[in-house]
Design a protein around this ligand. Structure first.
Ligand code: HEC
Length: 140
């Protein structure tokens, strides 16, 4: 009788311990999520990589591309002092290559680094934009 009771109690304690662990894991997961969300919301410096390019920012970047970048790469980005930025230019290059060039510039050439005003996600957006060929549509 006594033996049966104690053998029943062990799995019960185990179940309790397991539920507790599950709750703890859930709690840790939730607090981590809200912590990450807090960091995300608090970061307004524009250097965060998790930042999303809003449609407003996209418009600003398109303007920058045509005016600032265009002053060297040509108003239609067909090339000027700097090479063309049309898709044919990047046939054997990828988005990372373009992103890196935009953020860091090219030492020893007039291509300046833009990382003080262009975030990583901005540069990624610009790279994808250039590769997409949508600029050709804008030039029409
Ligand atoms: C002051 C002139 C100047 C401005 C402004 C400028 N660039 Fe450049 N850019 C250059 C030059 C010159 C090169 C070629 C560098 C070299 O010889 O490697 C270049 C190269 C590049 C390349 C690499 C092309 C390739 O095929 O290797 C990319 C991409 C680029 N620029 C994007 C931009 C973007 C985007 C902007 C605007 C945010 C911009 N540039 C503004 C002068 C400029």
């Amino acid at each position: 009788m006594n033996e049966q009771l104690s053998s029943n109690r062990v799995p019960l304690q185990l179940t309790a311990a397991m539920s507790f662990m599950a709750l703890l894991a859930m709690f840790m997961f939730i607090s981590q999520q809200s912590l990450a969300a807090g960091t995300f919301a608090a970061d307004t410096t524009g250097v965060a990589t998790a930042e999303v390019v809003t449609s407003e920012r996209a418009e600003e970047l398109t303007h920058l591309l045509l005016h600032d970048c265009g002053s060297c790469h040509g108003m239609t980005l067909k090339g000027g002092l700097g090479p063309s930025l049309l898709p044919e230019q990047f046939k054997d290059k990828n988005a990372d290559y373009i992103k890196y060039t935009i953020l860091h510039g090219r030492n020893g050439t007039p291509m300046p680094p833009w990382k003080s005003i262009i975030s990583e996600s901005d540069a990624e957006w610009l790279a994808e934009f250039l590769l997409s060929g949508r600029i050709v549509e804008l030039n029409k």
